[in-house]
Design a protein around this ligand. Structure first.
Ligand SMILES: NC(=O)c1ccc[n+]([C@@H]2O[C@H](COP(=O)([O-])OP(=O)(O)OC[C@H]3O[C@@H](n4cnc5c(N)ncnc54)[C@H](OP(=O)(O)O)[C@@H]3O)[C@@H](O)[C@H]2O)c1
Length: 396
């Protein structure tokens, strides 16, 4: 077996034995106990010469169209720039769709892949205010467009201007920081913005074990909202059901149980029907979510993992006055570039992650140079854990 593959398997095994939380905690301790110079990759000026990055050369099968290359870093950064060492960047379904060319945004090619992640500032230019070496930053999704995709995060170094990044506290688990910008924000907005939910109210969701689904469960639990969670059937189903219960999910059902009438039975026995349904699957799974809603219920579609159209049954829509919406986090971020709502949300989510109210997704970590294995595994069904690219050996 090739050496890097061995190493990957070893690190995966260690992850399995010790759990991602342990890895997070190790990193957390390192940064916390080194308070004066939190800069994990401490340096004065910068001596970095090259940056390894994963390029999308053409749209197509992600197993075939990605390439890892090293590029020269400029020896000096501009006055309004900073040098950021990317720490980790996840592989999300939208990254895969973007590579396939099926996503709403089609970047100009070639470009660097990856739209989310966390980095640590190594150096700031003389005109930069409010950012310092050692600060952690995430990329401002609001800036995501065909052009700024050139700033994709599957790379070791990034040279952004301050307006393209958001500073976040560096006292949280690094996996939590790397996966903050998309899924927790999506879960937060969908719970808060579409239906008036009070403690004790119920929401229902499919794809409940997805990273978004896990955030929904935890935020809902924290806010006193009950959740009915639908997952796909699998061999080790009980393990996943227990995991989602432990996260705070109230009811967990499989798609087969739903089809066999278990959901209908539950809905008939509860006094108040769900007010909100969150759909990332589509097809008949979305139809059953709608059918379980009460009067004036709302369904929000945010993903289409089954690649089938959203199905909305006629009867419940008419007689229960159902409203159907779509949610796209990129749009919300653009529209709320400087809004207090956005600042509050990030402050609250960072606090939740730091306090363990919102746990980072279970993750398999891969060195960026093992991107091919990571990308390929991320496309397998029932993968269980988020695949995350790590840009430095010391974080593996
Ligand atoms: N609109 C937005 O702004 C926004 C923001 C964030 C995410 N999203 C979308 O939300 C969805 C989840 O994202 P994530 O990052 O949380 O994903 P993730 O952690 O990678 O999880 C993927 C989920 O999709 C399920 N799935 C995979 N293939 C499926 C299929 N053929 N049929 C039904 N379910 C399938 C998986 O279930 P198994 O475990 O059973 O495979 C898992 O629950 C994606 O569609 C993503 O694009 C949208």
């Amino acid at each position: 077996m090739a050496a890097p593959m061995c190493k990957q398997l070893m690190s995966n095994r260690l992850l399995t034995i010790f759990g991602v939380k342990t890895i997070n905690r190790l990193y957390y301790i390192k940064t916390r106990h080194n308070d004066k110079s939190r800069n994990f990759f401490s340096t004065s000026g910068h001596n970095y010469k090259e940056s390894y990055q994963v390029i999308i050369n053409e749209f197509g099968n992600p197993n075939n169209v990605l390439e890892g290359i090293s590029v020269q870093l400029p020896s000096k950064i501009g006055p309004n720039q900073m040098l950021v060492k990317v720490l980790m960047s996840p592989i999300n379904p939208s990254d895969i769709n973007m590579i396939e060319g099926t996503y709403h945004i089609r970047p100009a090619l070639p470009c660097v892949g990856g739209n989310e992640g966390v980095g640590e500032i190594i150096e700031v230019g003389p005109s930069v205010e409010g950012f310092h070496p050692g600060d952690w930053v995430i990329s401002s999704i609001a800036a995501r467009s065909a052009d700024s995709l050139a700033a994709g995060l599957w790379r070791q170094f990034l040279i952004p201007e301050p307006s393209n990044v958001i500073k976040i506290p560096n006292d949280m688990p690094v996996i939590g920081a790397a996966t903050l910008a998309v899924n927790p924000c999506t879960a937060y907005r969908m719970i808060c913005d579409f239906a008036k939910l009070n403690p004790g109210d119920i929401l229902i969701q499919n794809g409940a074990n997805s990273a978004v689904g896990q955030c929904v469960i935890q935020l809902a639990k924290h806010w006193g909202i009950k959740t009915i969670n639908i997952i796909r059937d699998r061999p080790q189903k009980d393990e996943l059901v227990n995991f989602l219960h432990d996260l705070g999910g109230d009811i967990v059902l499989t798609e087969n149980e739903r089809k066999q009438g278990d959901l209908k039975e539950i809905i008939q026995t509860i006094p108040e029907k769900p007010k909100l349904a969150l759909n990332c699957v589509g097809g008949d799974s979305s139809a059953h979510l709608v059918a379980s809603l009460g009067k004036d219920g709302v369904i929000v579609t945010y993903g289409g993992m089954s690649r089938r159209p959203v199905m909305i049954p006629t009867g419940p829509t008419i007689f229960n006055r159902i409203k159907a919406y779509g949610y796209w986090n990129t749009d919300w971020m653009k529209e709320n570039l400087h809004s207090p709502m956005k600042a509050n949300m990030f402050r609250e989510l960072c606090e939740f992650i730091a306090k363990g109210i919102l746990k980072p997704p279970e993750a398999d970590l891969f060195h960026i140079k093992d991107f091919k294995t990571a990308v390929s595994e991320s496309m397998e069904g029932f993968k269980g854990k988020k695949k995350i690219l790590v840009m430095d050996d010391r974080l593996l």
